[in-house]
Ligand binder design. Sequence first.
Ligand code: ZN
Length: 308
Amino acid sequence: MTTGSQFRTDTVHRLTRKGHQLKVRVDDLPGGAEYGFILVAGDIADGCLVRIHSRCVYGDVLGSEDCDCAAQLDRSLDLIQAEGSGVLIYLEQEGRGAGLVAKARGKNVQEHTGVDTFSAYRALDLAPDSRDYLLAIVALLRLDLESVRLLTNNPEKIRPLQYVGIRVEVQPLLISPPNEEVRQYLEAKRLERGHRIPEELTAPAAESDRQSQSMPLVGYAFRAPRWRTPKFSSRWDPRRRAQPGPERAVAITLRETDFDTVSVWEDDDRPAASGLRGVRAWLWQELKRRWSADRAQRFGSHASPRIA
Ligand SMILES: [Zn+2]
C-alpha cells in the first residue's frame, strides 16, 4: 500500500544524484522551515527506509573528515536511491542541538584536553546531546507510516518512534572509520550514548590506543543534569499512580519517553479517544496549540521556540 498521500504534491521533481534520477518531493517540517525539512523519495509504503539526520555543516557541507555524519547521510541516500523510495528527515539540530558555536567550543576543549566530544560538552556545562526527535515523529505520523526501516545506530531515535506506535526495524549504518578522529568519535558514541556500533569497528590500533590512554582526562567534574529523568509532577500522587486507568497508563508511558523538551503531558487532560489513534490525535492537537502559543509569545524573536 502506498502511503503518504496527504503529502504536498506541488514540490514533486526529479533529483539527479550519482548519475541516476529519483522522484522527490519536499516539505518544511511541522512548525516551520527553521526546524528542517522532510524529503520523500519515490512512492513510499509501510516498511520504507527512513533516515532522520541532524545537520552537521562541517560534514554535510564542508566535507569534514572528523565525523561520520556525511558518510551516514551519503550511505542513507545511496540505499534510498537503490530502493527507489524512502524518507529523509533533515533536522536543524547542529552540534547535537547545541548549535555550531557550541560545537566549535567543544572541539576547542577536545583539542586542548583530549576528552571526547560528550565530555567536552559537559565541561562547557552543555547537555551531551540535547536533540529531540519530536518533529521527525510528527512528520512521520503525518505520512501515515505504521512501520519503517530506520537507518540509524542511535537508540534515542528508535525509542520515541516506538512509543508512538510506529514499528521500527533498525537498519544499522556502519561506517568504517577512515581515520583516528572518526574512530574515537564512534567509540565515544558507543560507550557514552549506547549507539549500536560493533566494538570491533572501533577497536583502536596499538599506537592510537597508547595515545588515547595518555590523554589527560578532565571535565568529568561537570556533570550535566540527567535530561532523560522522567519528570512526574506532584499531581501524580502515589494513590493515583498505583491505579492507572488505561488512558492514564498511556500518558505515563509517554511521559517517560526521551522527549526531553516536551511537556505535552503536563496538563491533566487525557486523550479524548482511547488507544493509539487517540494518543496520536491528542499529541498533534497539543503540539499545534503549543506552537501557536509559543509563536505568539516570541513574535519577532529569532530564539528557537521550545516545545516545553
Ligand atoms: Zn558531523
